[in-house]
Design a binder for this molecule. Sequence first.
Ligand code: PLP
Length: 399
Amino acid sequence: MADDLLNPTIANYIGGGSMIRRMFEAGIELKKRYGADNVYDFSLGNPDLPPPPEVKKALEKCAARAGEEFAIGYMPNAGYPALRSALAGKVAAEQKCAALTQEHLLLTCGAAGGINVFFHAVLSAGDEVVVPAPYFVEYNFYAANFGGKLVPVPTKDFTFELDFDALEKAFTAKTRAVIINSPNNPTGRIYTREELTQLASLIDKMQRRFGRTIYLVSDEPYRFLNFDGAEIAPVFELFQNAVVIGSFSKNLSLAGERLGYVALSPKIGDAAKVMSALILCNRIQGFVNAPALGQQILLECLDAQVDLDVYRRRRAAMAKVLTDAGIGFTMPRGAFYFFAKSPVPDEREFVDALFAERVLVVPGRGFGVPGYIRIAFCVDEKVIVNSAAGFAAAARKFK
Ligand code: PLP
């Protein structure tokens, strides 16, 4: 029987589809019809810059070693010890946490793999994960994979600052974790030290109220994309039970190679026990380990990153396009997204009007907040500049 083939949950997911992917696929069709230069595709957060030169050098070094015994064989499930140790040094500096060692660090298949492994290890059926909205919608799936439920909590309109009244109401006896993402996809917001300090005391209060560990998960794939030198406050300093999930998809433009990590705060009661669980989950989810070649490359490139100035110029160009079109936005401080206000309450109408101008963006409801559009500016600056007429024409329709 045809409707008997799938787990109904997965069948439902397929029916729902992803707004981002749908827009991306529609873009491929448009490009075939009008030519790639006449389509302005801001739908996907896929870095377009080539990896920095250090990656090529590291690849050549790997190629020279490829004939060696076990150069790409299995390694310990947590990753190559040398890389774990070097990465621990980097994360310890970022998190201002001298006690962090390789024993607190697991190499994963991207941040996505890391979040799944962590949720697998800590969520029980019915557990809730609080997230400020808008948010990266894949979190819904990652929590549901392990019987958990995402609980989105609105942030303040337009500025996307945390709303502590709303957050406090969201905690229940089932709350297991709060996940934040800073710099943020889709808003570009970087949470301030004051906000995170207040969040830490709220979580402490809730841990006492409900008598259970509530983890703070800080998803940081955009940590390096910090345009104005704002502090990205170290969560290991501020929170008791903090976990940092990192990634090399964006800073090294290596998204397809699937490289990320989970770092546990040494302040967690029994961090060694949690790490054993993470290593086990990395194995039994079938990841086994993060990609061997990717890890070997990473060991050579830990301090490299793509040129931030390229993204800085793109941000300025995009801000000008939106301002000239009369579209409201809060300037993103990091990541490569604008979450701009739609001139019409149902932003899907605006997305359609932009589509008619061959400008592709994603409706805000795809991130849990209608009334906005997300614009990914990881595209050539000339695409941004050339999209100006399309943005202006679409916005004029709602004046
Ligand atoms: N978290 C956020 C907020 C993201 O935007 C992304 C990717 O776009 C990920 C996690 C997943 O990144 P990775 O490629 O490291 O799995």
